[in-house]
Write a protein that binds this ligand. Structure first.
Ligand SMILES: [Mn+2]
Length: 389
């Protein structure tokens, strides 16, 4: 069941890639060596392990996979690779030989390869210098024109296919089920450590997928840190805490932050929470196809100003980021600085306004949205009040 869904997502990406590639070249070569390349996950629905490669061509996809990892692509065999070839190898030398053999078949063609400067296109680059030299050498032998894949990968992955968006909707639902079930269990209470809470979440997440990123559980004064590292701190009565977590399900990532309080919160906490809720609603009301990436962030900042909180001082990050196969996916951030780019259709974003008061506390609320030509879809909505434990 899940596998079929995954295959449908992969097929939708392959089709999109094949249509788009004509604008940039003929084939797309992805090689993952060492650091796992998300483009392998994107095409094959699995984490790259060691050396792996994929070459997208008109009719199919060549897959280069270590003999020991052969079982990884079991889900692709019948459907995806019907007309394609699987090339197995053991060790670097055999890998090189396989790549060379296949490249020989594409003499005279234009191949997009993922060795653009990583500062420019971090999502497209992971090739080692040695491997880059090698591929360039083969290209020279076979008169292949190598082109940087950066722009192509950017355009391909910034917008999502309907299948990817459907997976994200389900992903967010499952994510919230996990959150609700842990909160309703009533186990989060004074004496429990941040680490113990994180462990609860990890336990549930692995039953359906994997974490999109390292979970953040921040409590008490730790909530003043936007990127807190989970600690041994024990929850205390009248604490505030935030939990920032996400699930990677069917290769799509959710990212949610919720704010909880134990006992009775101070007035400042209540006022801050209200301001953050309002900022989030105001921001979301501006998000639509054709709006600039700055508009929602500016709306959130204006709301904070109206509530008497200087956003320059207390809202110290951007409003949101693209979601997709990576939790920080391809695309501009929602920031007041991105004034000259407009939001396209079929993108997914987080909306996460926050206020942080150094050494005191902080509140962040994060929801996920999908932007379509027909309007915005808010996949989930943070509660109007903190969640009382
Ligand atoms: Mn986020």
């Amino acid at each position: 069941m899940t596998e079929n869904k995954l295959v449908r997502i992969l097929k939708s990406r392959l089709e999109k890639a094949r249509n788009l590639i004509k604008k940039y070249g003929d084939l797309w070569l992805v090689i993952s060596s060492g650091i796992s390349d998300t483009n392998i996950d994107y095409l094959l629905g699995l984490h790259a392990h060691g050396l792996m490669g994929a070459l997208l061509y008109e009719e199919g996809l060549h897959i280069f996979i270590g003999r020991l990892e052969r079982s990884f692509i079991g889900h692709l065999e019948d459907i995806l690779v019907r007309e394609s070839e699987i090339h197995t190898f053991y060790g670097y030398d055999e890998f090189e030989r396989e790549i060379k053999k296949i490249l020989a078949e594409y003499s005279g063609r234009r191949i997009l390869a993922n060795f653009s400067a990583s500062e420019l296109y971090p999502h497209a680059s992971s090739l080692s210098y040695a491997l880059t030299k090698k591929i360039m050498h083969f290209a020279e032998i076979y008169e292949i024109e190598l082109r940087p894949a950066g722009r192509f990968v950017y355009e391909l992955r910034q917008t999502k296919t309907p299948e990817e968006l459907e997976a994200l909707r389900n992903c967010v639902k499952l994510t919230m089920n996990i959150f609700d079930s842990i909160v309703n269990e009533g186990v989060i209470k004074p004496g429990m450590t941040e680490r113990e809470i994180a462990a609860k979440f990890y336990g549930e997440i692995y039953k359906i997928g994997e974490p999109s990123f390292d979970i953040i559980v921040a409590s008490g004064p730790n909530t003043a840190n936007p990127h807190h590292v989970v600690s041994e701190r024990k929850l205390e009565t009248n604490d505030i805490l935030y939990i920032d977590f996400g699930v990677r399900y069917l290769t799509m990532c959710s990212d949610i932050t919720r704010c909880l309080v134990i006992g009775s919160p101070s007035n400042k906490i209540k006022m801050t929470y209200n301001a953050v809720v309002e900022a989030q609603n105001e921001a979301i009301s501006t998000i639509k196809v054709g709006a600039t990436f700055s508009e929602p962030d500016i709306a959130a900042r204006k709301t904070f100003q109206r509530h008497g909180f200087d956003p320059e001082k207390y809202f110290i990050h951007t409003l949101g980021h693209a979601l997709g196969i990576n939790v920080h996916d391809v695309g501009p951030t929602l920031s007041y600085k991105v004034v000259n780019k407009r939001i396209p259709g079929n993108v997914a974003y987080t909306v996460e306004p926050a206020l942080y008061f150094e050494k005191e506390f902080g509140i962040r609320l994060e929801d996920d949205v999908i932007v379509l030509d027909s309007g915005i879809e808010r996949l989930v909505k943070a509660p109007e009040e903190p969640i009382y434990l």
